[in-house]
Design a protein around this ligand. Structure first.
Ligand code: HEC
Length: 611
């Protein structure tokens, strides 16, 4: 494990020696150290040369080489993939077209789960009539079909269900419209970059448009019925941008959050850290015009040099990783933010922030962890890009929920990687009403991707994964090989909305089967229907819990091979990021998350009641 870390650092240092690199230069500096060796574990260069260039790019962006590629910039990745890879198309085309036509996209939808949450409150709560499933049926869910994402090892996109069609992105950038009941493919659209955000359906005259962003800064509007592009626009041009958080819409305007992976670029001691600024962009749904854009930190200035003489810039960071929450009554949007990557620290990092819907102006900020200046260099001793007095990396990765307590008081509930859940008062500039610790917290700890609420309680899953092998194993863990303590994970906590008191706690079940180094951490977003809470874990299990007492009603291990309806070889892996989506009697689950030690996978699973 240690040798991996040394190799990576050595590769980074070697890469600093040149300015405008060719693909061959990048290969020699970053890849040859491993791929020119003849060892059974590492595919040799000749093998890599058989892969399409697009596939190599994806392996760097979202695959097994992700951790190694973190410090490599976009243009370097592209010349490298072109140099190394074979020409020819990537295999993403559909082999299972639908025979019949799609349900019309216009008019009021039958059932839906539109965007990140069925409603603008981001409570991820699907009411009975739209869920089409009861607690009793949840005990007996059966797999109805599985769809394989060809050539992918990650299945991280949030599905959207609208009028009998499930719309879903993928790591390859292929966006698909699949039939809810059979999984056949109505159409496929190829985006420029990987698509992870949930699609948002927006009425557009007589048709319905589908709006979403990709991981490299592009936003698209498609005709939902045909998959034809209406417009496309790049809304953020920092080379390290990631559009991960889903968008929300209001009166013909769509709000798009932007985060980045610049934090990990800082692993390279020669990288001038950091210049990315978290933002929210409001675009007109009809034509993509930018209505307003609010950056969460001021433009960065040069702040000094590192010990090694690399310039440093700041402020930076405060990325938005989650979907905005719309409060139409108060005319406000609520967003949550991540850490600062470099000094100076800002008031807008690790915060819940309210902005005016109309103008994007910041109305109030509630920062729960001040001075959290952190980047990935802090995880490697040899890199001097780590800021002085670095913080704990307690980003918010999940949306604030706008819910009513049983007493009828409106509150905002936000869960942080620190392991603390906060209730804020939207009437008093986000004043903290209560706060409750639900986990230990940490870089891979606490609340990661999303909570759910039924108006009685809020349900918070926590990661709190523990690495075996200590800090030295840190980077090697990122290379897709799980190396976790198989018995240590957070669990699921139910808190009463009234006062934040604990109603119950369901401890994380140890990995099953007990794979070496696997983690039972519960990172993925939580989903609800009346009486039932769904939460997935890194070991691949999706479980349904009784909302009354936390008892497990249903447990399905997704980490296995599946026969798919589109004939693609597919397997499930870790569950993280996106949570299950429930609509019209079906439950959709994407499985495969090979980062931070998770297991790869490339499958979308569709469950329904046992008939
Ligand atoms: C520290 C050693 C190391 C370095 C450096 C490294 N690789 Fe790898 N690479 C591996 C190993 C080990 C595997 C096999 C991983 C597995 O099977 O889990 C692999 C697998 C791959 C694959 C996947 C092959 C497949 O079958 O899908 C590609 C593509 C790849 N590497 C490209 C690169 C590129 C491009 C670089 C340079 C940026 C690079 N690697 C740098 C060790 C390395």
């Amino acid at each position: 494990m240690k040798s991996f870390v040394i190799l990576i650092v050595a590769a980074s240092l070697a890469a600093a020696a040149f300015a405008a690199p060719s693909g061959e230069d990048v290969y020699k500096a970053r890849c040859a150290g491993c791929h020119d060796q003849n060892t059974p574990r590492i595919p040799p260069k000749e093998a890599l040369q058989k892969l399409p260039a697009a596939r190599i790019l994806r392996t760097l962006d979202f695959g097994v080489m992700m951790a190694i590629a973190y410090p490599i910039k976009r243009d370097e990745r592209e010349v490298l993939a072109k140099y190394l890879g074979a020409p020819g198309a990537d295999e993403t085309a559909s082999s299972n077209p639908c025979a019949g036509t799609m349900r019309p996209m216009a008019g009021s939808p039958l059932y839906n789960w539109n965007g990140w949450s069925p409603a603008l409150d981001n409570a991820r709560y699907q009411p009975s009539d739209k869920a089409g499933l009861t607690l009793g049926q949840m005990r007996n869910l059966k797999l109805k079909w599985a769809f394989g994402f060809a050539g992918d090892i990650t299945a991280f996109a949030a599905p959207t269900v609208y009028n009998g069609t499930v719309f879903v992105g993928s790591a390859s950038g292929a966006v698909r419209a699949l039939d809810v009941k059979t999984g056949c493919t109505h159409w496929t659209f190829q985006a420029n970059g990987p698509v992870r955000m949930a699609m948002l359906t927006v009425p557009a005259g007589t048709r319905t448009s589908l709006i979403f962003g990709d991981q490299i800064g592009w936003v698209y509007s498609l005709d939902a019925a045909s998959g034809q592009q209406i417009w496309r626009k790049r809304i953020e041009d920092h080379e390290a941008v990631r559009l991960t958080g889903s968008s929300a819409g209001h009166e013909g305007v769509v709000f798009i959050p932007a985060a980045s992976w610049e934090e990990t670029r800082a692993l390279d001691p020669k990288y001038a850290c950091c210049t990315f600024r978290g933002s929210l962009t409001a675009v007109r749904a009809s034509d993509g015009t930018i209505v307003w854009k609010t950056f969460l930190v001021d433009p960065p200035k040069k702040t000094g040099v590192t010990k090694g003489g690399t310039p440093t810039y700041g402020p930076s960071g405060a990325g938005v990783w989650s979907a905005p929450t719309v409060d139409a009554k108060r005319g406000l949007l609520y967003i949550t933010t991540g850490d600062n990557y470099s000094h100076p620290a800002t008031k807008t990092s690790d915060a819940v922030i309210a902005l005016q819907i109309k103008t994007g102006k910041i109305v109030w900020t509630q920062q729960t962890t001040p001075a959290d200046v952190y980047n990935s260099a802090c995880s490697v001793k040899a890199s001097d890009n780590c800021p002085e007095d670095s913080g704990p990396d307690y980003d918010y990765g999940s949306s604030a929920l706008l819910v009513k307590t049983p007493e009828g008081r409106e509150i905002l509930v936000a869960g942080q990687k620190s392991g603390v859940v906060y209730a804020l008062d939207p009437e008093q500039k986000g004043k903290i009403i209560w706060e409750t610790r639900v986990g230990k917290g940490g870089i891979n700890g606490g609340v990661q991707w999303g909570m759910a609420s039924d108006g009685q309680k809020v349900y918070a899953a926590t990661a709190d994964s523990m690495k075996t092998g200590g800090a030295a194993a840190g980077l090697a863990n990122l290379i897709g090989n799980a190396n976790y303590d198989p018995t240590a994970g957070g669990g699921l906590t139910a808190l009463r909305l009234t006062d934040g008191s604990k109603a119950w706690f369901a401890e994380a079940a140890p990995c099953s089967p007990p794979r070496p180094g696997c983690s039972p951490a519960q990172e993925g977003a939580v989903t609800m229907i009346p009486g039932v809470v769904l939460s997935g874990s890194l070991d691949g299990h999706m479980r349904a819990f009784n909302a009354e007492d936390g008892k497990v009603l249903w447990d399905f291990d997704t980490a296995k091979d599946f026969t798919t309806i589109n004939g693609v070889r597919a397997m499930g892996g870790s569950l993280s990021g996106v949570g299950p989506v429930i609509s019209g009697g079906m439950v959709f689950i994407n499985s495969g998350y090979p980062r931070n030690g998770g297991m790869p996978g490339n499958v979308l699973l569709a469950f329904g009641p046992d008939e």
